[in-house]
Write a protein that binds this ligand. Sequence first.
Ligand SMILES: Nc1ncnc2c1ncn2[C@@H]1O[C@H](COP(=O)(O)OP(=O)(O)O)[C@@H](O)[C@H]1O
Ligand SMILES: [Mg+2]
Length: 323
Amino acid sequence: MKPPLVDVRELAIAFPAGNAVDGIDLHIEQGEAVGLVGESGCGKTLTALSLLGLVPEPGRVRAQRLRVAGCDLLAATERDLHQVRGGQVAMVFQDPVAALNPVIPVGHQVAEVLQLHGGMDRHSARREAIATLGRVGLSDPERQSRAYPSELSGGMCQRVVIAQALAGTPQLLVADEPTTALDVTIQKQILDLLAELRAETQLATLMISHDLNLVASHTERVLVMDQGLVVESAASEKLFTSPCHPYTSGLLDCLPSRHRPGERLTEIPAAPRRPQQRPSGCRFRERCPHAKERCTSEEPVLRELGKGHWGACHFPLDRESSS
Ligand SMILES: Nc1ncnc2c1ncn2[C@@H]1O[C@H](COP(=O)(O)OP(=O)(O)O)[C@@H](O)[C@H]1O
Ligand SMILES: [Mg+2]
């Protein structure tokens, strides 16, 4: 059996203030679309950065296993990491305009990657860059390839960034809040584009967002993070219709799409705590409407509650009736 494309066990990322990521497992198969969701500050971006060896100082990465596309990131040299980044693994960030160089036409920026990682000569790289810009939905790519980022909309710039990511023919695309800075109508177009590319090229994607609704409809499986831990993971549909963790249920209840117009949105009370202030037992208990004595004394571990449905809760919700 082939090893998974992403094989992460017991990943912890420590800062002087405490563990921002606190022992999570992550497995992604070739061609699989996995979502990572949770509120701001729960550790999504750091988890993504660890897959590229890009966790910033003074962050310390520890893991039992941290392998991506056959590369052991715990033992990798700078040279190995260089090959992984922009080669096997590409990352797309929230702000497409900031990701592009403002003084270079967008076509050149895609062509550069093709020359660097694809070993193409200038002429072929230019031709291939235009073709790639067409693939990601830029109309009249020949003309648009000569545009500067400031001449394109945010949605178009994000397409260019995705073209750049694809130019390295990656096996994994990590998209960290790729649509948060974009208009709602454009958000869906970009996610649809990522889904099409995945179907065409067997590209695995890790889609990161605070918006469970958005992610669940564009992935096969979702992991929900709270305060550095994965608290639930399941097939996207399952998680969306019958979450077992009160935190996930709270995230779903915050979604406007689940409410009738005029109805007040519920919110998960108070923000998650900083690492050094975490309470004993379950980290979510102080915000949990169902917390009991056991939740104070004992930290729940992730366990399989149904086939492929994992949750870290002592009192999982009744998954049939909660849908
Ligand atoms: N450069 C850093 N220095 C110190 N702490 C950091 C740094 N980056 C992130 N953190 C800590 O890690 C937590 C998780 O950060 P991050 O992965 O960016 O969260 P998310 O992407 O889910 O919003 C933050 O709440 C913060 O406490
Ligand atoms: Mg983030």
